[in-house]
Design a protein around this ligand. Structure first.
Ligand code: NAP
Ligand code: MG
Length: 491
């Protein structure tokens, strides 16, 4: 008895062993191949090309997915233009709302299926897709459904008119959530949609296409077409597209801006980031350490607003580093479908190579690397949670967006110094401030040139709250009342 008691005492030397808790994949019924969702029907791509979409945690092929070329894009845009002229543009807001509410409700009903598929196709832990991605996607549809018949209150004294066809291009890090961010406000304001998901993560968008059929949306109101960058470029170029909503890299954002120059298309760009997460000595340090972990390791660091540049006040730097390493040793990396997994797979081989290359550069430039001591699966794409100290503002890994679980750490002495360091970046998407003093929160957050600043928390999202960047992080806002404006003409 006595011995037993001792064995069960808290022992921080050896981490707890968790029994496997895998989520079943039974609710997901994958088709062998997915065609393009155009005009309310699944239609084969004109050239008949399909490419495999894989599970990055196992490298297994999940399904074959169509590649849309210019003529398919043309078909989808025409379907959207006809649906706008024929039905959707004429429907009163309260009728549009019914459809959007229906999408939201079915998404809630089928949440488990969507969460499992999101994890299988993207590699993110089931805990995140189940508790964050899918519920937030449904919340966006609910929220914007509520605005559909209240646009006169959103823009008092003005009349909001739809633009027509919205071309929407999204990345692979939050596949369904980004689709919801784009589709919900477009439909609420009376526009029709042609959406292209990312090449590596098309499957939940295609399941959403099935859901949209089930919700009985008029054909052509939402079209979902798959393919690579070239498909996205064809959407951007198409003369019948009235608005482009793009989320992705700054590099592609610049290409799109160039191709839109001189046209009367409206556009919003949600691009990259390199956020400063700032810890003052008077912060609740244990909470701040949780915040640091969440800011950089959530979704394997594939987060545009990730707190990838940590600034710790010098007086508490050693203490924070110690706590951070301890906390990192408890993170579980592995099977994304296991309910106990904290860190899943890197989204693609290409992205893994990008992370590896930048980390190598970080070491070559003299940074000190620390990695959590954990084992990683043999198959699939994985990267251990990583910290860098001994870096400065000129280090490549401090300047460039890594989009992986890699944190660079610098210290500071005064608030003015850290504000200057935090703003020393071409990006301006997000930031975090940790302190016990409300006045310091206001001082710092007011001066950070970032679209979103979290105080004593990080990565909090809500459909009512606008999101977007300054400088090379893009332009325009999504979410909240602000997210309606880019989809309307005000007269
Ligand atoms: P990406 O390479 O820019 O791709 C984004 C989307 O654009 C994908 O669907 C992509 O298709 C498509 N695309 C590629 N080239 C194109 C072109 N020439 N014309 C039109 N579309 C094109 O970005 P990513 O690697 O998927 O995503 C990571 C980036 O997204 C990061 O920089 C991250 O910070 C940013 N991001 C920003 C936000 C935000 O709200 N600010 C949110 C999430 C992510 P393929 O998939 O086939 O390449
Ligand atoms: Mg890409």
């Amino acid at each position: 008895m006595k011995k037993d008691k001792k064995e069960h005492a808290l022992n921080f030397e050896t981490p707890f062993q968790y029994a496997p808790a895998p989520e079943s994949t039974a609710p997901v019924k994958l088709k062998e191949r997915y065609a393009l969702f155009i005009d309310g029907k699944f239609q084969a791509p004109s050239k008949g090309i399909y490419l495999p979409s894989i599970n990055p945690a196992t490298e297994e092929t999940l399904a074959l997915v169509a590649v849309a070329d210019e003529s398919d894009v043309n078909k989808a845009v025409k379907a959207a233009a006809n649906a706008y002229k024929g039905v959707w543009g004429k429907l009163p807001g309260k009728e549009r709302a019914k459809y959007i509410y229906r999408i939201a409700r079915i998404l809630q009903e089928r949440a488990r299926e969507f969460a499992i598929l999101e994890t299988m196709n993207g590699g993110k832990p089931i805990r995140e897709s189940r508790d964050i991605d899918i519920p937030l996607a449904a919340a966006h549809f609910f929220y914007y459904a509520g605005w559909a018949d209240k646009l006169d209150y959103a823009f008092p004294g003005r009349k909001a008119q739809a633009l027509g066809v919205a071309g929407q291009i999204i990345p692979w890090n939050f596949p369904l959530l980004m689709a919801a961010w784009k589709i919900a406000p477009a439909l609420a304001t009376g526009n029709t949609v042609v959406l292209k998901p990312a090449e590596t993560t098309p499957l939940t968008a295609l399941l959403l296409a099935e859901l949209i059929q089930e919700a009985d949306l008029p054909p052509g109101v939402v079209n979902i077409i798959t393919g690579a960058g070239e498909t996205g470029a064809a959407i951007v170029r198409h003369p019948l597209v009235n608005k482009i909503a793009f989320t992705g890299s700054t590099e592609v954002g610049k290409l799109i801006q160039r191709s839109l120059a001189g046209t009367d298309k409206r556009y919003t760009l949600e691009l990259g980031g390199k956020a400063a997460n700032i810890i003052f000595e008077d912060a609740a340090l244990d909470q701040a350490v949780e915040g640091i972990i969440n800011a950089i390791f959530f979704n394997q660091g594939h987060v545009c607003c990730a707190g990838s540049r940590l600034f710790v006040q010098e007086s508490v730097a050693d203490q924070v580093m110690r706590k951070l390493r301890d906390r990192m040793s408890t993170l579980r990396i592995g099977d994304p479908l296991d309910k106990n997994t904290d860190i899943g797979a890197i989204n693609s081989k290409e992205q893994l190579q990008k992370i590896q290359g930048l980390v190598k550069k970080g070491i070559a430039e003299g940074g000190d690397m620390y990695q959590a001591d954990c084992s990683i699966p043999k198959k699939g794409f994985w990267f251990k949670p990583t910290l860098f100290t001994g870096v400065s503002a000129s280090s490549t890994i401090v300047k460039e967006e890594i989009f992986g679980p890699v944190l660079s750490i610098q210290t500071f002495r005064t608030a003015d110094e850290v504000i200057e360091k935090a703003n020393n970046t071409p990006y301006g998407l997000s930031g975090g401030v940790w302190t016990d003093k409300g006045s310091k929160i206001f001082k710092v957050s007011k001066q950070l040139k970032a679209g979103v600043v979290w105080a004593n928390t990080y990565n909090k999202f809500d459909p009512t709250s606008p999101f977007g960047g300054y400088k090379e992080s893009g332009l325009g806002r999504e979410g909240g009342l602000h997210g309606l404006a880019p989809y309307v003409h005000l007269v």
